[in-house]
Design a protein. Structure first.
Length: 113
C-alpha cells in the first residue's frame, strides 16, 4: 500500500480517501479507528496489532503531533522486539512510504491535531 496524500484531516491511500483516524495493515485499512482516550494511545487500543507480529510499527501522532503514546505502548513494542517509529503524521507518512515494502509494517495515523 502507498499513501498518496496527507493533509490535515484527510489521507488518500491507493486512491481511496479517508477522513478519520486509521490503521494500515499489510492487506487492509481500518478506518474510523478510535482510542479509549482520544489523544492518548494505550496498549488496549492496538491489541490486534500485536497479535499480527509486525516487524515495524509506525505511529503518526497528528498534524501537530498532539496524540501522545503511553509508556506502556512503547514498553510493549520493545518487549515484542518490534521496531517503532513515531512522529507527526506528515513525517510518518514519508517513513511509511519508504519502509512499508521492506518490512511487515502496521501504521496508525491520527489525522487531525
Amino acid at each position: 500500500m502507498k499513501i498518496d496524500k496527507y493533509q490535515f484531516g484527510k489521507m488518500v491511500i491507493d486512491g481511496n480517501a479517508y477522513t478519520s483516524d486509521l490503521i494500515i495493515y499489510p492487506d487492509k485499512v481500518e478506518s474510523s479507528w478510535w482510542r479509549k482516550q482520544g489523544h492518548l494511545l494505550q496498549p488496549e487500543d492496538i491489541e490486534d496489532v500485536f497479535v499480527l507480529k509486525p516487524e515495524l510499527i509506525i505511529i503518526g501522532t497528528g498534524f501537530f503531533g498532539l496524540m501522545k503514546v503511553s509508556d506502556e505502548v512503547i514498553n510493549k513494542v520493545k518487549k515484542e522486539y518490534i521496531e517503532l517509529v513515531m512522529g507527526k503524521s506528515g513525517k510518518a507518512v514519508k517513513i511509511f512510504n519508504g519502509m512499508a515494502d521492506d518490512k511487515k509494517t502496521i501504521a496508525m495515523f491520527h489525522l487531525t491535531c
